[in-house]
Design a protein around this ligand. Structure first.
Ligand code: NAD
Ligand code: WQD
Length: 337
Protein backbone atom coordinates (compact mmCIF):
# COMPACT_ATOMS: atom_id res chain seq x y z
CA UNK A 1 0.00 0.00 0.00
CA UNK A 2 1.20 3.53 -0.86
CA UNK A 3 0.87 6.60 1.36
CA UNK A 4 0.33 9.62 -0.89
CA UNK A 5 0.67 12.93 0.96
CA UNK A 6 -0.88 15.94 -0.77
CA UNK A 7 -2.96 13.62 -2.96
CA UNK A 8 -5.88 16.05 -3.30
CA UNK A 9 -3.66 18.73 -4.86
CA UNK A 10 -2.90 19.47 -8.48
CA UNK A 11 -0.08 17.00 -9.12
CA UNK A 12 -1.11 14.63 -6.32
CA UNK A 13 -4.58 14.05 -7.78
CA UNK A 14 -3.07 13.09 -11.15
CA UNK A 15 -0.67 10.81 -9.27
CA UNK A 16 -3.58 9.21 -7.44
CA UNK A 17 -5.33 8.47 -10.71
CA UNK A 18 -2.20 6.88 -12.15
CA UNK A 19 -1.65 4.80 -9.01
CA UNK A 20 -5.24 3.54 -8.90
CA UNK A 21 -5.13 2.74 -12.62
CA UNK A 22 -1.94 0.77 -11.96
CA UNK A 23 -3.76 -1.24 -9.29
CA UNK A 24 -1.95 0.23 -6.30
CA UNK A 25 -3.83 0.51 -3.02
CA UNK A 26 -3.49 4.08 -1.79
CA UNK A 27 -3.98 6.05 1.43
CA UNK A 28 -4.17 9.79 0.75
CA UNK A 29 -3.23 12.19 3.54
CA UNK A 30 -4.15 15.80 2.82
CA UNK A 31 -5.38 18.66 5.02
CA UNK A 32 -7.19 20.26 2.04
CA UNK A 33 -5.41 23.53 2.74
CA UNK A 34 -4.90 24.22 -0.95
CA UNK A 35 -7.28 21.69 -2.50
CA UNK A 36 -10.73 20.23 -2.42
CA UNK A 37 -12.11 16.76 -1.73
CA UNK A 38 -13.89 17.05 -5.07
CA UNK A 39 -10.60 16.15 -6.82
CA UNK A 40 -10.53 12.82 -4.97
CA UNK A 41 -14.16 12.10 -5.89
CA UNK A 42 -13.41 12.79 -9.54
CA UNK A 43 -10.33 10.56 -9.54
CA UNK A 44 -12.39 7.77 -8.01
CA UNK A 45 -15.07 8.24 -10.65
CA UNK A 46 -12.51 8.29 -13.48
CA UNK A 47 -10.67 5.19 -12.30
CA UNK A 48 -13.72 3.39 -10.95
CA UNK A 49 -11.58 2.61 -7.90
CA UNK A 50 -11.47 3.89 -4.34
CA UNK A 51 -8.69 5.18 -2.15
CA UNK A 52 -8.60 5.67 1.60
CA UNK A 53 -8.73 9.38 2.34
CA UNK A 54 -7.46 10.81 5.63
CA UNK A 55 -8.00 14.52 6.20
CA UNK A 56 -5.02 15.44 8.32
CA UNK A 57 -1.73 17.23 8.61
CA UNK A 58 1.74 15.85 7.92
CA UNK A 59 2.92 17.80 10.97
CA UNK A 60 0.60 15.76 13.19
CA UNK A 61 2.65 12.79 14.40
CA UNK A 62 -0.37 11.07 15.99
CA UNK A 63 -2.20 11.16 12.69
CA UNK A 64 0.85 9.83 10.85
CA UNK A 65 1.48 7.09 13.39
CA UNK A 66 -2.12 5.95 13.25
CA UNK A 67 -1.87 5.61 9.46
CA UNK A 68 1.36 3.58 9.63
CA UNK A 69 -0.12 1.52 12.44
CA UNK A 70 -3.37 0.75 10.65
CA UNK A 71 -2.18 0.20 7.07
CA UNK A 72 0.66 -1.83 5.70
CA UNK A 73 2.48 1.02 3.94
CA UNK A 74 5.31 -0.05 1.61
CA UNK A 75 6.33 3.38 0.32
CA UNK A 76 5.49 7.06 0.61
CA UNK A 77 4.98 9.52 -2.25
CA UNK A 78 5.42 12.89 -0.56
CA UNK A 79 3.70 15.78 -2.36
CA UNK A 80 2.21 17.68 0.60
CA UNK A 81 3.60 21.17 0.95
CA UNK A 82 2.98 24.84 0.40
CA UNK A 83 4.31 26.08 -2.93
CA UNK A 84 3.67 29.80 -3.46
CA UNK A 85 7.03 31.51 -3.89
CA UNK A 86 5.66 35.03 -3.21
CA UNK A 87 3.75 33.98 -0.10
CA UNK A 88 6.87 32.21 1.20
CA UNK A 89 8.81 35.48 1.19
CA UNK A 90 6.08 37.06 3.35
CA UNK A 91 5.62 34.07 5.67
CA UNK A 92 8.92 32.19 5.76
CA UNK A 93 8.22 30.55 9.13
CA UNK A 94 4.93 29.14 7.88
CA UNK A 95 6.82 27.54 4.99
CA UNK A 96 9.61 26.20 7.20
CA UNK A 97 7.04 24.77 9.61
CA UNK A 98 4.79 23.22 6.99
CA UNK A 99 7.35 21.96 4.49
CA UNK A 100 10.42 21.26 6.62
CA UNK A 101 8.87 20.31 9.99
CA UNK A 102 6.10 18.46 8.16
CA UNK A 103 8.62 16.40 6.19
CA UNK A 104 10.61 15.77 9.37
CA UNK A 105 7.51 14.42 11.17
CA UNK A 106 6.80 12.21 8.20
CA UNK A 107 10.35 10.81 8.15
CA UNK A 108 10.26 10.19 11.92
CA UNK A 109 7.02 8.23 11.63
CA UNK A 110 8.40 6.30 8.68
CA UNK A 111 11.46 5.36 10.68
CA UNK A 112 9.33 4.35 13.66
CA UNK A 113 7.34 1.95 11.49
CA UNK A 114 10.35 0.86 9.37
CA UNK A 115 8.94 2.26 6.15
CA UNK A 116 12.08 3.33 4.31
CA UNK A 117 11.03 4.11 0.76
CA UNK A 118 10.08 7.63 -0.21
CA UNK A 119 9.66 9.66 -3.40
CA UNK A 120 9.96 13.39 -2.73
CA UNK A 121 8.58 16.26 -4.85
CA UNK A 122 11.48 18.66 -5.24
CA UNK A 123 11.91 21.46 -7.73
CA UNK A 124 14.36 22.83 -10.28
CA UNK A 125 14.35 25.90 -8.06
CA UNK A 126 17.15 24.19 -6.05
CA UNK A 127 19.54 24.92 -8.96
CA UNK A 128 19.04 28.69 -8.59
CA UNK A 129 20.34 30.61 -11.62
CA UNK A 130 22.43 27.87 -13.24
CA UNK A 131 25.84 28.42 -14.86
CA UNK A 132 25.09 25.89 -17.59
CA UNK A 133 22.12 24.85 -19.69
CA UNK A 134 20.61 22.33 -19.96
CA UNK A 135 20.69 21.65 -16.21
CA UNK A 136 21.84 18.16 -15.26
CA UNK A 137 21.64 16.61 -11.80
CA UNK A 138 25.41 17.24 -11.55
CA UNK A 139 24.76 20.96 -11.41
CA UNK A 140 25.27 22.00 -7.78
CA UNK A 141 22.37 23.25 -5.70
CA UNK A 142 22.67 26.94 -5.01
CA UNK A 143 21.23 28.87 -2.09
CA UNK A 144 17.63 29.54 -3.17
CA UNK A 145 16.50 33.14 -3.31
CA UNK A 146 13.20 32.48 -1.51
CA UNK A 147 12.03 30.50 1.54
CA UNK A 148 9.97 28.06 -0.58
CA UNK A 149 13.09 27.05 -2.52
CA UNK A 150 15.00 26.80 0.73
CA UNK A 151 12.47 24.26 2.07
CA UNK A 152 13.05 22.04 -0.97
CA UNK A 153 16.82 22.21 -0.55
CA UNK A 154 16.56 21.56 3.20
CA UNK A 155 14.36 18.49 2.77
CA UNK A 156 16.66 17.14 0.04
CA UNK A 157 19.60 17.48 2.42
CA UNK A 158 17.70 15.81 5.25
CA UNK A 159 16.88 12.88 2.99
CA UNK A 160 20.50 12.57 1.86
CA UNK A 161 21.72 12.45 5.43
CA UNK A 162 19.09 9.93 6.49
CA UNK A 163 20.34 7.60 3.75
CA UNK A 164 23.95 8.25 4.76
CA UNK A 165 23.17 7.20 8.31
CA UNK A 166 21.08 4.19 7.31
CA UNK A 167 21.72 2.76 3.82
CA UNK A 168 18.63 0.55 4.02
CA UNK A 169 16.53 3.57 3.03
CA UNK A 170 15.66 4.12 -0.63
CA UNK A 171 14.93 7.71 -1.58
CA UNK A 172 14.01 9.26 -4.91
CA UNK A 173 14.23 13.02 -5.10
CA UNK A 174 12.46 14.25 -8.23
CA UNK A 175 13.25 17.78 -9.35
CA UNK A 176 10.30 19.01 -11.36
CA UNK A 177 10.73 21.67 -14.00
CA UNK A 178 7.42 23.43 -14.84
CA UNK A 179 4.44 21.08 -14.50
CA UNK A 180 1.41 22.11 -16.59
CA UNK A 181 -1.61 20.55 -18.27
CA UNK A 182 -4.32 18.28 -17.00
CA UNK A 183 -5.69 14.78 -17.44
CA UNK A 184 -7.14 14.49 -20.94
CA UNK A 185 -10.64 13.80 -19.58
CA UNK A 186 -10.87 17.45 -18.45
CA UNK A 187 -12.17 16.15 -15.11
CA UNK A 188 -9.13 17.03 -12.99
CA UNK A 189 -6.64 19.87 -13.31
CA UNK A 190 -5.00 22.80 -11.59
CA UNK A 191 -7.33 24.92 -9.47
CA UNK A 192 -5.31 27.74 -7.92
CA UNK A 193 -6.70 29.84 -5.07
CA UNK A 194 -7.09 33.50 -5.99
CA UNK A 195 -4.80 35.04 -8.59
CA UNK A 196 -2.63 32.37 -10.21
CA UNK A 197 1.10 32.76 -9.64
CA UNK A 198 2.06 30.51 -12.53
CA UNK A 199 1.93 31.26 -16.22
CA UNK A 200 -0.37 28.58 -17.63
CA UNK A 201 -3.21 28.90 -15.10
CA UNK A 202 -3.10 32.66 -15.62
CA UNK A 203 -3.29 32.35 -19.41
CA UNK A 204 -6.15 29.85 -19.05
CA UNK A 205 -8.11 32.28 -16.86
CA UNK A 206 -7.63 35.04 -19.43
CA UNK A 207 -8.95 32.67 -22.09
CA UNK A 208 -12.19 31.99 -20.17
CA UNK A 209 -12.67 35.69 -19.45
CA UNK A 210 -11.86 35.62 -15.73
CA UNK A 211 -8.91 37.99 -16.24
CA UNK A 212 -8.53 40.79 -18.77
CA UNK A 213 -4.99 40.20 -19.91
CA UNK A 214 -1.74 38.49 -19.14
CA UNK A 215 1.13 40.48 -17.68
CA UNK A 216 4.35 39.28 -19.27
CA UNK A 217 7.19 39.77 -16.80
CA UNK A 218 9.95 41.34 -18.89
CA UNK A 219 10.93 41.17 -22.56
CA UNK A 220 14.60 42.03 -22.37
CA UNK A 221 16.01 38.76 -21.09
CA UNK A 222 18.89 37.29 -23.10
CA UNK A 223 16.56 34.83 -24.87
CA UNK A 224 15.41 34.53 -28.49
CA UNK A 225 12.36 36.77 -27.97
CA UNK A 226 13.36 38.48 -24.71
CA UNK A 227 10.85 36.60 -22.52
CA UNK A 228 11.68 33.92 -19.97
CA UNK A 229 12.31 30.36 -21.12
CA UNK A 230 11.15 27.34 -19.11
CA UNK A 231 10.87 23.58 -19.51
CA UNK A 232 7.11 22.92 -19.34
CA UNK A 233 6.24 19.31 -18.65
CA UNK A 234 2.81 17.66 -18.91
CA UNK A 235 1.53 16.63 -15.50
CA UNK A 236 0.69 13.12 -16.78
CA UNK A 237 4.28 12.64 -17.98
CA UNK A 238 5.42 13.89 -14.60
CA UNK A 239 3.34 11.39 -12.62
CA UNK A 240 4.41 8.55 -14.93
CA UNK A 241 7.99 9.49 -13.99
CA UNK A 242 7.04 8.93 -10.34
CA UNK A 243 5.80 5.42 -11.06
CA UNK A 244 9.13 4.62 -12.73
CA UNK A 245 11.03 6.12 -9.79
CA UNK A 246 8.93 4.10 -7.37
CA UNK A 247 9.73 0.89 -9.26
CA UNK A 248 13.40 1.82 -9.21
CA UNK A 249 13.64 2.42 -5.47
CA UNK A 250 11.80 -0.79 -4.71
CA UNK A 251 14.79 -2.57 -6.28
CA UNK A 252 17.64 -0.15 -5.50
CA UNK A 253 18.55 1.14 -2.06
CA UNK A 254 20.23 4.49 -1.51
CA UNK A 255 19.69 8.11 -2.45
CA UNK A 256 18.75 8.97 -6.04
CA UNK A 257 18.00 12.28 -7.74
CA UNK A 258 16.36 12.75 -11.12
CA UNK A 259 15.28 15.77 -13.10
CA UNK A 260 11.78 15.48 -14.50
CA UNK A 261 11.61 17.77 -17.51
CA UNK A 262 11.33 17.48 -21.27
CA UNK A 263 14.76 18.90 -22.09
CA UNK A 264 13.25 21.69 -24.24
CA UNK A 265 12.64 25.30 -23.37
CA UNK A 266 9.77 27.55 -24.47
CA UNK A 267 9.38 31.29 -24.03
CA UNK A 268 6.40 33.04 -22.46
CA UNK A 269 5.35 34.29 -25.91
CA UNK A 270 5.65 30.76 -27.36
CA UNK A 271 3.25 29.61 -24.66
CA UNK A 272 0.79 32.41 -25.40
CA UNK A 273 0.77 31.54 -29.11
CA UNK A 274 0.43 27.81 -28.49
CA UNK A 275 -2.46 28.37 -26.09
CA UNK A 276 -4.24 30.69 -28.53
CA UNK A 277 -3.96 28.02 -31.21
CA UNK A 278 -5.19 25.17 -29.01
CA UNK A 279 -8.11 27.14 -27.58
CA UNK A 280 -8.97 29.26 -30.58
CA UNK A 281 -9.03 32.31 -28.30
CA UNK A 282 -7.14 35.57 -28.19
CA UNK A 283 -4.87 36.19 -25.19
CA UNK A 284 -4.24 39.92 -24.79
CA UNK A 285 -1.01 40.66 -22.97
CA UNK A 286 1.03 43.56 -21.70
CA UNK A 287 4.76 43.59 -21.12
CA UNK A 288 5.55 44.73 -17.57
CA UNK A 289 8.60 44.84 -15.28
CA UNK A 290 10.52 41.65 -14.60
CA UNK A 291 9.33 39.69 -11.57
CA UNK A 292 11.84 39.71 -8.70
CA UNK A 293 13.79 36.47 -8.47
CA UNK A 294 12.98 35.25 -12.01
CA UNK A 295 15.78 33.91 -14.18
CA UNK A 296 16.11 34.09 -17.98
CA UNK A 297 16.23 30.41 -18.88
CA UNK A 298 15.77 27.08 -17.18
CA UNK A 299 15.50 23.69 -18.87
CA UNK A 300 16.48 20.19 -17.98
CA UNK A 301 19.01 17.70 -19.13
CA UNK A 302 16.63 14.77 -18.73
CA UNK A 303 18.98 12.00 -19.88
CA UNK A 304 19.59 10.51 -16.43
CA UNK A 305 15.91 9.65 -15.96
CA UNK A 306 15.80 8.28 -19.49
CA UNK A 307 18.81 6.04 -18.92
CA UNK A 308 18.05 4.83 -15.41
CA UNK A 309 14.25 4.90 -15.29
CA UNK A 310 13.54 4.30 -18.95
CA UNK A 311 11.23 7.30 -18.68
CA UNK A 312 10.97 10.37 -20.87
CA UNK A 313 8.29 12.99 -21.38
CA UNK A 314 6.12 12.01 -24.34
CA UNK A 315 3.46 14.71 -24.50
CA UNK A 316 3.91 17.81 -26.65
CA UNK A 317 3.30 21.49 -25.97
CA UNK A 318 0.11 21.12 -28.05
CA UNK A 319 -1.08 18.34 -25.71
CA UNK A 320 -0.31 20.51 -22.68
CA UNK A 321 -2.32 23.39 -24.11
CA UNK A 322 -5.28 21.34 -25.33
CA UNK A 323 -5.58 19.53 -22.01
CA UNK A 324 -5.29 22.76 -20.01
CA UNK A 325 -7.98 24.31 -22.17
CA UNK A 326 -10.30 21.30 -21.86
CA UNK A 327 -10.01 21.41 -18.06
CA UNK A 328 -10.39 25.22 -17.82
CA UNK A 329 -13.28 25.51 -20.26
CA UNK A 330 -15.21 22.64 -18.64
CA UNK A 331 -14.49 23.94 -15.12
CA UNK A 332 -14.16 27.73 -15.34
CA UNK A 333 -14.40 27.98 -11.54
CA UNK A 334 -12.28 24.93 -10.85
CA UNK A 335 -13.73 22.40 -8.42
CA UNK A 336 -16.24 24.84 -6.93
CA UNK A 337 -18.86 24.58 -9.70
P1 NAD B 1 -0.88 21.74 -4.50
O1 NAD B 1 -0.89 22.89 -3.57
O2 NAD B 1 -1.93 21.65 -5.54
O3 NAD B 1 -0.86 20.36 -3.69
C1 NAD B 1 -0.23 20.23 -2.43
C2 NAD B 1 -1.23 19.51 -1.52
O4 NAD B 1 -0.64 19.36 -0.23
C3 NAD B 1 -2.54 20.28 -1.34
O5 NAD B 1 -3.63 19.43 -1.55
C4 NAD B 1 -2.47 20.75 0.11
O6 NAD B 1 -3.76 20.84 0.69
C5 NAD B 1 -1.61 19.67 0.74
N1 NAD B 1 -0.90 20.09 1.95
C6 NAD B 1 -0.13 21.20 2.11
N2 NAD B 1 0.38 21.22 3.35
C7 NAD B 1 -0.06 20.09 3.98
C8 NAD B 1 0.13 19.57 5.27
N3 NAD B 1 0.87 20.18 6.19
N4 NAD B 1 -0.48 18.38 5.58
C9 NAD B 1 -1.24 17.74 4.67
N5 NAD B 1 -1.46 18.21 3.43
C10 NAD B 1 -0.87 19.38 3.09
O7 NAD B 1 0.59 21.73 -5.19
P2 NAD B 1 1.12 20.85 -6.41
O8 NAD B 1 1.37 21.76 -7.54
O9 NAD B 1 0.29 19.66 -6.60
O10 NAD B 1 2.54 20.45 -5.82
C11 NAD B 1 2.78 19.19 -5.21
C12 NAD B 1 4.22 19.14 -4.73
O11 NAD B 1 5.10 19.34 -5.84
C13 NAD B 1 4.56 20.22 -3.71
O12 NAD B 1 5.44 19.68 -2.76
C14 NAD B 1 5.25 21.27 -4.54
O13 NAD B 1 6.14 22.05 -3.79
C15 NAD B 1 6.00 20.40 -5.55
N6 NAD B 1 6.32 21.10 -6.80
C16 NAD B 1 5.32 21.71 -7.51
C17 NAD B 1 5.64 22.40 -8.69
C18 NAD B 1 4.57 23.12 -9.46
O14 NAD B 1 4.91 23.97 -10.28
N7 NAD B 1 3.29 22.81 -9.29
C19 NAD B 1 6.97 22.45 -9.13
C20 NAD B 1 7.96 21.81 -8.38
C21 NAD B 1 7.62 21.12 -7.20
C1 WQD C 1 7.04 30.89 -15.94
C2 WQD C 1 7.47 32.05 -16.85
C3 WQD C 1 7.63 34.15 -15.68
C4 WQD C 1 3.33 34.40 -14.76
C5 WQD C 1 7.69 28.62 -10.37
C6 WQD C 1 8.47 28.40 -9.10
C7 WQD C 1 9.11 27.04 -9.11
C8 WQD C 1 8.08 25.96 -9.38
C9 WQD C 1 7.33 26.25 -10.64
C10 WQD C 1 6.87 25.16 -7.46
C11 WQD C 1 8.49 32.98 -16.19
C12 WQD C 1 6.51 34.19 -16.71
C13 WQD C 1 4.57 34.00 -15.21
C14 WQD C 1 2.73 35.56 -15.33
C15 WQD C 1 4.65 35.81 -16.76
N1 WQD C 1 7.05 25.95 -8.37
N2 WQD C 1 5.22 34.68 -16.20
N3 WQD C 1 3.42 36.22 -16.31
O1 WQD C 1 8.71 31.00 -12.10
O2 WQD C 1 9.48 29.18 -13.68
O3 WQD C 1 8.60 28.59 -11.47
O4 WQD C 1 6.75 27.57 -10.55
O5 WQD C 1 7.61 24.33 -7.06
O6 WQD C 1 9.72 26.84 -7.86
O7 WQD C 1 9.47 29.40 -8.98
O8 WQD C 1 7.03 29.42 -13.17
O9 WQD C 1 4.81 29.68 -14.20
O10 WQD C 1 5.55 31.35 -12.44
O11 WQD C 1 6.63 31.39 -14.67
O12 WQD C 1 5.22 36.44 -17.64
O13 WQD C 1 1.64 35.99 -14.92
O14 WQD C 1 6.32 32.85 -17.11
O15 WQD C 1 8.32 35.36 -15.62
O16 WQD C 1 9.34 33.43 -17.22
P1 WQD C 1 8.53 29.65 -12.62
P2 WQD C 1 5.91 30.46 -13.57
Amino acid sequence: MILLTGGAGYIGSHMLLKLLESNHKVVVLDNLLNSSYESIKRVEALSNKQCIFVEGNIRDSECLNSIFNKYNIDAVLHFAGLKAVGESTEKPLLYFDNNISGSLQLLMSMQKYSVKKIVFSSSATVYGDPDELPISEECPMSMPTNPYGYTKMAVEQMLMQVVESDPTWSVATLRYFNPVGAHDSGMIGEDPNGTPNNLLPYIAQVAVGKRDKLFVYGNDYATYDGTGIRDYIHVMDLVEGHLSALDYIVNNLGYHVWNLGTGSGHSVLDMVKAFEKASNTNIPYQIVEKRAGDIASCYADATKAHQQLNWFAQRSIEDMMEDTWRWQSKNPDGYTN
